[in-house]
Write a protein that binds this ligand. Structure first.
Ligand code: ADP
Ligand code: MG
Ligand code: MG
Length: 886
């Protein structure tokens, strides 16, 4: 088996095998761009190593052969004492996992080749010893697990002795001394000397990269980003080029467009006289890439040319890493760059305008999760709020919360339900837990490409980075900005779009995108590039999609908003609220009714109230279908809780009041108590047990529809019977409902459909029979998931889902995204057998999955007619339904 590929042998489509970094290094090599020569060890080799615990047969020999040919090409041998070839050993998985895995630079340096390196560099001792100390540091830390602080400590010590804060003030002798100190640290922690044999260094580094796939933070990151755990990483061995050779050298990162807003221009950071790690780590403050034009115009122009070329080639925003070695530009990495949600929409629109992609492709370049992010509220700023600092808007959104300074504290407070803002000088991969727990991240150092910025953008978390007016003091748990001191627990607000930082809690307002959906912003007539692009892509999605999108709405107001957001009907109108408020008393009368007459009176009193509610909803929907679910929850949910009633009765008795009614209620509540209300007397069972209850609702619906129609309006009611498990249940309800409907509707022309929710597994499995009595099915995937898995949603999610996620039993909560194998299979069976029994059976879904992007794709594929979701999710479902269709 071939485990090693020369850069010239790969291409960008081999990401599974070569990882993203390796595939793109190969692509750039083949485009003729200046990439330092090297080779890639495949993910297959990594997987073999991870399963067996040792390198697969043949790998060592293949590495040897590729190393030899690299040595021939470069005219240097790895670690040669006189004229050494040095390499970097870099991780690179299929999906980018920024900073999660390991890279070792300057492999091949030892006590002898350090002299050779100095000679190569024209007697530059400082450079050579600086490179050597970096090797021991990175190698120690990543390959041998020496605590990184020890090295940093030793470096600080030397700087303190020298009276400087700047690495660049250290001379060759200082760095030589540092190498000795580093070697001692290395020996102390590993029990062996720093390996001098170059090939041993290489092999150990490769193995460390393999192992880093299973580093704790990498596992955590994959879980967050839903990256499969078994892909493995490739390893890239790349000839070193040096940005730390002097002021005519340097290193940087750049984006071909602004990854924050999508705006065209030059976005990047540059650091002269430095090696790559320094930029990302924020060790020294970088300068904007534009300044490179003054420093080295030739390289700058060449770089811009290459960036334009890459965009044209990849037809997308690219990000790159480059190094300049004494005026010679080298490309070290490129990939299709991560971007904010806003940038994704804006760039997709721009690329269509530029003729690089078509609208179908543009639709693939964005997703529902991004659209959902753009619907987050914004800060509503007035005179009261003046920013106290301005950093870089690294990841958009508006977040307020209590300040914390450590990842651990962030996790603690978030678990107590607090919103927290994690404040750090800069973040590193160990802060990942805290970043996940925080509502926002604020750092005083680092640019758009710092760890905090990249990771926050990936997580969709608000982040302001590089707010350098902040003096962050982590041990003292405070930061100062101007005259203000902000302690742990104080509230701040950060705006990840503008980079502004405010003290206190700033109120929020709807985003532009929501204003657009609300119809308050005219997309044809705005200079807001985001709104224009969202409009264009949404229009295309609507034209492309097969699935209709309805909303879950219980009131006229909800229905109205959902219509503005594009809903094409109501998929779930719950009637529970029609029994609440001052109607509770009528429900009590119904429950306590001692005879037929009392019960009928109570129901008769409820009828006009419910009819009025339905009239409002039908008017609002103006002829679009409205699925009304008959009452579902157990009736005792409408009564006061047992303890409260018992106390009331006792107190009233004490006072000598007449407690007959309270006592009757108490007795009723005791009688109706259920051990498992979720599986108790609810849904269709109520309708079969309590005479007149469903009849009253059916009558209210039919009368409302007739009233609206007689008034010149339109109404399309669909009556939905919940919790049916057997066709006989539905048939019984149906017979009564049909009688009432026929009587009410008369010659008004109103048509009322009767159907059922499929939410009990038995219903899904007998869907063929049930379809005989149903004109439509609506999958209630919340209950179907509860009953399919036997999970009580209210009890299990917080109790053990974290453990299930940790163990990989599922990758995401089945309540969030539909479990396609199990619960989804029930949906599939019911859809097929239902349609077989009744061709043209209308199929929809009204669980919360209707607004989940992945689930929408599944429902499209299963052939449902529509999904129904909460009003704010309607645009997300429209977009995803469009994406699923092309
Ligand atoms: P990451 O995936 O964390 O970015 P990389 O493998 O890209 O890790 O490397 C870390 C840093 O080292 C980057 O800035 C990169 O540009 C730099 N680097 C990697 N290989 C070389 C090399 N052969 N010569 C010079 N710099 C390098
Ligand atoms: Mg990199
Ligand atoms: Mg249900």
């Amino acid at each position: 088996q071939k485990y090693v590929y020369d850069f010239a042998e790969g291409n960008k489509d081999l990401k599974d095998l070569l990882g993203g970094k390796g595939a793109n290094l190969a692509e750039m090599t083949n485009l003729g761009l200046p990439v330092p020569p090297g080779f890639t060890i495949t993910t297959e080799a990594c997987k073999a190593y991870l399963t067996t615990g040792r390198e697969p047969d043949g790998l060592a020999a293949q590495i040897e052969a590729h190393l030899e040919s690299l040595e021939r090409e470069m005219g240097r041998r790895l670690g040669d004492p006189d004229d050494p070839l040095l390499v970097s050993v870099r991780s690179g998985a299929k999906f980018s996992m920024p900073g999660m895995m390991e890279t070792v630079l300057n492999v091949g340096l030892n006590d002898r080749s350090v002299v050779g390196l100095s000679n190569q560099a024209g007697g530059n001792d400082r450079f050579a010893w600086d490179s050597y100390r970096r090797l021991i540091q990175m190698f120690g830390k990543t390959v041998c697990e020496v605590p990184g602080e020890e090295f940093e400590h030793a470096l600080d010590e030397i700087k303190r002795a020298k009276g400087t804060h700047n690495d660049l003030d250290l001379d060759a002798d200082d760095l030589r001394g540092l190498v000795d100190a580093y070697k001692q640290i290395f020996a102390k922690h590993t029990g062996r000397e720093f390996p001098q044999e170059p090939r041993e260094q290489l092999d150990l580094a490769i193995r460390a990269v393999f192992d880093s796939w299973n580093a704790e933070r990498a596992i955590l990151y994959r879980r967050q980003e839903r990256i499969p755990a078994d892909l493995g990483t490739a390893v890239n061995v790349v000839t070193m080029v040096f940005g730390n050779l002097g002021p005519d050298s340097g290193t940087g990162v750049a984006f071909t467009r602004d990854p924050g807003s999508g705006a065209q221009g030059i976005y990047g950071d540059y650091l002269a006289n430095a090696q790559g790690e320094d930029v990302v780590a924020g060790i020294r403050n970088t300068v904007p890439l534009q300044e490179l034009e003054q420093l080295d115009k030739t390289s700058y122009d060449q770089l811009l040319g290459i960036m334009a070329r890459l965009e044209e080639h990849y037809k997308d925003l690219c990000d790159i890493e480059f190094t300049i070695e004494r005026g010679k530009l080298w490309m070290l990495q490129t990939r299709v760059g991560k971007r904010t949600a806003a940038a994704a929409f804006v760039i997709a629109g721009q690329l269509v305008d530029e003729g690089l992609i078509d609208l179908d492709e543009a639709l693939h370049r964005v997703n529902g999760a991004q659209l959902a992010q753009l619907m987050f509220p914004r800060f509503q700023l007035d005179h009261e709020f003046e920013p106290v600092a301005k950093g870089i808007g690294a990841s958009p959104g508006a977040a307020s919360g209590k300040v914390v300074f450590t990842s651990a504290r962030a996790v603690e407070l978030a678990a107590e339900g607090e919103s927290v803002i994690l404040v750090r000088r800069e973040t590193n991969p160990d802060d990942l837990n805290g970043m996940i727990a925080a509502k926002g991240i604020l750092t005083s150092r680092g640019g758009k490409t710092s760890h905090a910025a990249v990771v926050a953008r990936g997580m969709g978390k608000t982040c302001v980075s590089g707010a350098d007016e902040l003096e962050v003091n982590v041990p003292a748990k405070k930061f100062t900005v101007g005259d203000h001191v902000v302690n742990e627990g104080d509230v701040v607000s950060i705006d990840g779009t503008t980079g502004k930082v405010y003290l206190g809690e700033v109120p929020v307002m709807p985003s532009e995108v929501v204003q657009y959906f609300e119809g308050e912003l005219d997309p044809e007539n705005t200079d807001d590039a985001l709104v224009r692009s969202v409009h264009r892509i949404m229009t295309h999605a609507d034209a492309a999609r097969r699935l209709r999108v309805r909303t879950n709405a219980d009131t006229g107001a909800d229905a109205a908003r959902a219509r503005r957001f594009g809903a094409e009907g109501i998929g779930l109108c719950r009637t529970e609220h029609m029994f609440l408020g001052d109607r509770r008393e009528l429900v009590e009368r119904l429950i306590l009714a001692s005879g037929e007459q009392e019960r009928e009176d109570a129901l008769a009193a409820l009828l006009p109230l419910q009819r009025a509610d339905f009239i409002e909803i039908f008017r609002e929907m103006d002829g679009l279908p409205v699925t009304v679910r008959l009452i579902d929850p157990p009736l005792h949910e409408f009564l006061p809780p047992l303890e409260q009633l018992a106390v009331n009765v006792a107190v009233a008795q004490e006072r000598g009041e007449d407690v007959a009614k309270e006592e009757a209620l108490l007795a009723a509540v005791r009688r109706m108590h259920e051990e498992n209300p979720m599986l108790g007397l609810r849904g269709v069972r109520l309708g079969l047990v309590i005479p007149g209850l469903f009849a009253m609702q059916v009558r209210a619906i039919a009368e409302a529809a007739v009233a609206v129609v007689r008034d010149g309006g339109k109404a399309c009611p669909e009556i939905m019977v919940p919790l049916v498990g057997a066709v006989q249940e539905l048939e019984t309800v149906r017979a009564e409902a049909e009688r009432i409907i026929a009587e009410v509707v008369g010659d008004s022309g109103v048509e009322v459909l009767i159907g059922t929710m499929i939410e009990v597994p038995r219903a899904a499995l007998t869907a063929g029979q049930i379809a005989e009595a149903a004109e439509f099915f609506s999958f209630g995937t919340n209950d179907l998931t509860q009953m399919g898995w036997g999970f009580s949603r209210d009890d299990v999610e917080g109790a053990f889902f974290w453990r299930y996620l940790e163990l990989g039993i599922f990758g995401i909560s089945p309540f969030e995204s539909i479990d396609t194998d199990g619960v989804g299979r029930l949906v599939r069976i019911a859809a097929e057998e239902g349609r077989a029994a009744r061709p043209g059976l209308k199929l929809g879904v009204c669980g919360e999955h209707g607004g989940d992007p992945d689930s929408v794709h599944f429902f499209h594929e299963v052939g449902l007619d529509y999904v129904s979701c909460s009003p704010f999710r309607v645009p997300v479902a429209r977009l995803e339904a469009g994406r699923a269709s092309i």
